[in-house]
Design a binder for this molecule. Structure first.
Ligand SMILES: [Zn+2]
Length: 314
């Protein structure tokens, strides 16, 4: 499928449909013959589609693509970077917080997900978009909070959000009122409350970032999963995302209060058994990983205490 135009110079290229994750999305921004690719997708999808789309729009991948920009380094968005770089020669840009997993994809499994030995083994034959059997690549530019990214004269402000992962950034254009929101908003289709954060992420940082992003004038909200959102629909996505964090933390606290004490696996078990699971459970690592980050944040906030992997209320 070719690129779909969202607004002048703004295109979305749809990747493969993968269960919980919905369709993974890549974006093209084109201005004055300069093209930025935002989040190239997995090693396989959209892959060639991106290059075909650029050609169908009348441009040359090698001559017109001036930037490959990543909201973060997760395999479902960074897997296609090395191939795209080879085809375009364009510089690859990511925040330093996620550069290590871009350079060495295997570190995503080792450092970013809560996995036991069996889980790590399962990831070796993983068929989901989180598989890491692709070539790593060194970024050409490390993005910093407040950087001004210029594509054909249009400015994109780099905003470090640090919620979904330590290196997560979003890109905002004050001229277009467009926000490339990566996985920080609409991490999953259908329900803005659903999310996961990796072990380097933070629920409290995500909450702060979402509150400040919700104050921007946004007419085009462009997440890396799910469909894009336009105009009045956008406020609802932020309200939903913030409610999702609150509900998830409440669910964790409720389990600990009911059990008096609990470890990560017990909390995951109870949350799955209970109603309203906010984290899709199609991938075995995501719920325990997010619980683990929530426990760290709630402990830092003085609400929980940890002793040898068991949490109790303070
Ligand atoms: Zn992600």
């Amino acid at each position: 499928m070719p690129a779909t135009q969202i607004a002048q110079g703004l295109y979305v290229v749809k990747g493969k449909f993968v269960d919980d994750f919905g369709f993974i999305k890549s974006y093209l921004f084109i201005h004055n013959d300069e093209i930025a690719v935002i989040d190239p997708g997995t090693a396989g999808h959209p892959g060639e589609e991106l290059l075909n789309s650029i050609e169908q729009l009348g441009y040359s991948p090698r001559q017109n693509v001036v930037a490959i920009v990543l909201t973060h380094g997760h395999p479902d968005h960074a897997g296609g970077v090395a191939r795209l770089k080879k085809a375009t020669g364009a510089p690859v840009m990511i925040h330093e917080g996620d550069a290590p997993i871009l350079e060495e994809p295997g570190r995503f499994i080792k450092e970013r997900l809560l996995l036991d030995a069996a889980g790590r083994l399962a990831m070796k034959v993983d068929r989901t978009p989180l598989r890491v059997n692709y070539r790593g690549i060194k970024p050409d530019r490390l993005l910093k909070h407040g950087d001004d990214l210029r594509i054909g004269g249009t400015s994109f402000r780099v905003i470090s959000t640090r919620g979904h992962s330590a290196g997560h950034c979003v890109f905002y254009s004050p001229r277009l009122h467009a926000l490339f929101s990566g996985d920080e908003v609409n991490n999953y289709p259908n329900d803005a409350r659903k999310f996961f954060v990796d072990l380097s992420g933070s629920l409290s940082a995500r909450s702060v970032a979402l509150k400040s992003l919700s104050k921007l004038t946004i007419e085009y909200l462009l997440p890396a999963h799910d469909t894009f959102h336009l105009f009045e629909d956008i406020g609802l996505q932020f309200t939903g995302a913030l409610a999702g964090i609150e509900e998830f933390q409440d669910a964790v606290l409720q389990v600990i209060n009911a059990r008096e004490e609990a470890d990560v696996q017990q909390i995951a078990f109870d949350i799955i058994q209970g109603r309203g699971v906010l984290i899709p459970t199609g991938h075995h690592a995501l719920l325990p990983t997010t619980i683990s980050v929530a426990l760290r944040n709630l402990t830092e906030a003085g609400l929980l205490r940890e002793h040898e992997g068991v949490w109790t209320a303070v």
